[in-house]
Design a protein around this ligand. Structure first.
Ligand SMILES: Cc1ncc(COP(=O)(O)O)c(C=O)c1O
Length: 425
């Protein structure tokens, strides 16, 4: 018996993307201005204006435009004083750019498990981590898919232990927590303008901080750490991390459309929530009392009892189709057949081959997967409980096509395709 993958539906003629750039026109005007005035450099009006606009929008005092969000995080890790051998607590279920900069500086990421309420760093596991490693002084904390994490709790724990917060708001620009923009809660904060983000410059990122001295250091480090001398004079290690005035023009134009993009993404999330409400799934959750996500990506999590068997190796996945049940692999493969792009949940860092030997802390303490779960892809132990939250969400969750150029009609078709994965004819 074949599942009815809506053979009546034709694949989309134009691919429906997970999240692709959306330009509006003003971007080009600023780029042309840079070109015509010959400010084709890492200085210029677009950069100055972009930094001013970013401060105005987020409420942060200082913004330094850089070549990428990763560069901003690297600068943040340097500002936080991470040195070779220092342990740093990091979000576990995130993109690896959150944690790689720690390693650039010789630091050792210790991963903190995820909570189910917002899919971000679990404050209970963080507190546990400080019991085990009381000397840690830096925490890198990301807001996954544009959903603010438990900021109050994380801040309170970090203050108690005298740890500096680096906030990775790469995915959450425009999201607020208690009415305040994400990207302003850490001592040093990073946002990204990578091509798939809520607004983009094709690439680019920014360091945000209220510390003038820190901002000035990043301005210097990111332009090869030149001293104030008539010749090239260097006392510190420098980087070529400054944003180009051309890219800044694109981002400057995009900023005007940030709120509009957030509204479009929210409408996509709400439409999925309504359209998929009869399936045994939930959407990526958020704390509606405290936070307003930017809804960058809409995701779904299949209830455990509605999961068919799914096994993931390091590079490929297999599943066994079952009536009334499905799994991320089946849904993603089916979406791909119809020319729509979804994606697995970001594979947690503690499951990545590169970071598998690093510490990983769950609510229960030191949480290494007890079984051969890495090979089988099983997310639950013999007692039926999740081995860890990140592994469980990775196992059962997926990111749905969330492009803001997708029409409601196209989204309705995607909803039908997802529904078809749970049924037989
Ligand atoms: C959570 C997170 N952190 C950091 C980054 C890095 O940003 P960039 O691609 O601008 O270097 C990204 C995205 O790429 C991200 O999703």
């Amino acid at each position: 018996m074949e599942k009815n993958h809506r053979i009546d539906l034709k694949p989309f003629e134009k691919k429906i993307w997970l999240s692709s750039p959306t330009m509006h026109g003003e971007e080009l005007e600023y780029v042309i201005d840079a070109y015509e005035t010959n400010w084709m450099s890492t200085v210029g009006e677009n950069l100055n204006e972009l930094e001013r606009i970013a401060c105005e929008y987020t409420g942060c005092s200082y913004a330094v435009a850089l070549s990428s969000g990763t560069a901003a995080l690297h600068m943040a890790v340097k500002l936080a004083g991470v040195k070779s051998g220092d342990k740093v607590f990091c979000s576990d279920m995130t993109f690896d750019a959150t944690v790689n900069p720690v390693v650039y500086e010789g630091g050792i990421p210790i991963f903190i498990d995820t909570e189910y309420d917002t899919w971000n760093m679990d404050p209970v596991a963080l507190e546990k981590a400080f019991e085990l490693y009381p000397d840690v002084k830096v925490v890198v904390f990301a807001h996954l898919y544009g959903t603010p994490g438990k900021i109050d709790e994380i801040k309170c724990i970090c203050e108690k232990h005298g740890a500096v917060i680096i906030e990775d708001a790469a995915e959450s620009l425009g999201a607020t927590y208690k009415g305040i923009q994400t990207g302003t809660f850490g001592t040093y904060n990073a946002i990204s303008f990578n091509g798939n983000k809520i607004i983009t410059g094709s690439s680019g990122g920014m360091l945000l901080t209220n510390d003038k001295n820190a901002a000035n250091k990043v301005r210097k480090w990111s332009t090869q750490a030149r001293e104030n001398a008539p010749w090239y004079q260097h006392e510190e290690l420098g980087y070529n991390y400054r944003m180009s005035n051309v890219i800044a023009g694109i981002v400057r134009g995009q900023f005007r459309h940030l709120n509009e993009h957030v509204a479009q993404k929210k409408a996509i999330y709400e439409r999925y929530k309504e359209g998929l409400k009869d399936l045994p799934i939930m959407m990526n959750p958020y704390d509606s009392e405290k936070s307003q996500p930017n809804f960058w990506l809409s995701c779904m999590l299949i209830h455990p009892e509605a999961m068919c068997k799914q096994v993931r190796g390091e590079q490929e996945a297999l599943y066994i189709s079952e009536p009334g049940k499905s799994c991320p692999t089946e849904i993603l493969e089916t979406l791909a057949k119809y020319n729509a792009e979804g994606r697995p949940i970001w594979k947690p860092m503690h499951m990545q081959p590169i970071y598998r030997m690093n510490g990983f802390i769950t609510r229960e303490g030191n949480g290494r997967a007890k079984t051969n779960a890495y090979i089988t892809g099983e997310a639950v132990g013999k007692d039926g409980k999740p081995l860890d939250v990140g592994m469980d969400i990775f196992h059962r969750g997926l990111c749905l096509p969330s492009d803001n150029k997708m029409t409601p009609e196209q989204q309705d078709i995607i909803i039908e395709i997802v529904k078809s994965c749970f049924n037989y004819e």
